[in-house]
Design a protein around this ligand. Structure first.
Ligand code: FAD
Length: 232
């Protein structure tokens, strides 16, 4: 019996898990990057607490011991369901018997896409590294200004959105400030760092139990984060 060919688009949690379980098929796993990313720790890379290699693994290495899986790094640009073919940006088209779509999701700006260049999202490793550069550059500029001019203005980070990522980022930024201000940036002190978390709803972590939201709010405020609820 000839094996069915299953094409999977996306090597995230979804695509990777599907490929792991499909042992009897010929599997072609396509991703535009060559690695799987553990997205829940992206914010730690963004705040320089972890390195990119701590949370990313090459897809080829992950499937090295599963000979029925072939990894293709390319961008899927079109799917022809009738002909059962996917079109790729750089490689030849690939036909399939069955197709699994696991391309993940995109961040949303709630109708304000013009904000994206100013406040890029946090979905990929490239996003995390970009955010990290911008954050560290802000520390550098503040240190230089303080050293050269004695400017007393605070270094302020505003995080819009009190969901899990916003809450984690706020806590993580403060942790970085605690560690770095003084030892690494001798002209800056923790009190110079201002972190403001803005949430339009009446509580942070609204997807969680109300008691947990209240607890998270207390912890953040105790740490020194300013949380502005009911603010748009
Ligand atoms: C900052 C952050 C924190 C999170 N924290 C948690 C948490 O604590 N707990 C939790 O349960 N979840 C968390 N999540 C959510 C969780 O990480 C996602 O739900 C999960 O990664 C989604 O998996 P996925 O396989 O659907 O998509 P993804 O992991 O996004 O993978 C999609 C893959 O498809 C590829 N792709 C997309 N389009 C194409 C194309 N056209 N051609 C080729 N390849 C393509 C992408 O390169 C990517 O590798 C977090 C997410 C983020 C961003």
């Amino acid at each position: 019996m000839t094996r069915k060919r299953v094409v999977i688009i996306g090597g995230g949690f979804g695509g990777m898990t599907a490929a792991r379980f499909l042992r009897d098929a010929e599997v072609i796993l396509i991703d535009r990057t060559n690695h799987h990313v553990f997205q829940p720790f992206l914010y730690q890379v963004a705040t320089a607490a972890l390195s990119p290699s701590d949370i990313a693994w090459p897809l080829r290495t992950l499937f090295r011991s599963q000979s029925n899986v072939r990894v293709v790094m390319d961008d899927v640009v079109a799917i022809n369901r009738t002909a059962r073919v996917v079109q790729l940006r750089d490689s030849a088209p690939i036909s399939f018997d069955a197709l699994i779509l696991a391309p993940g999701s995109r961040h949303a700006y709630f109708g304000h896409d013009e904000w994206e260049p100013l406040a890029p999202g946090l979905k990929t490793m490239a996003d995390a590294v970009h955010l990290r550069e911008r954050m560290l550059l802000a520390f550098e500029v503040a240190e230089r200004q303080r050293a050269e001019t004695g400017a007393q203005n605070r270094l302020t980070f505003v995080i819009v959105g009190g969901g899990p990522t916003g809450v984690e980022l706020a806590g993580s930024l403060l942790e970085i400030g605690k560690k770095a201000m003084g030892p690494d940036y001798p002209h800056l002190r923790l009190k110079d760092l201002s972190i403001i978390l803005v949430e339009v709803g009446p509580r942070i972590l609204s997807g969680f139990d109300a008691k947990l939201s209240a607890k998270a709010l207390t912890v953040l405020e105790r740490m020194g984060v300013t949380v502005k609820l009911n603010h748009r």
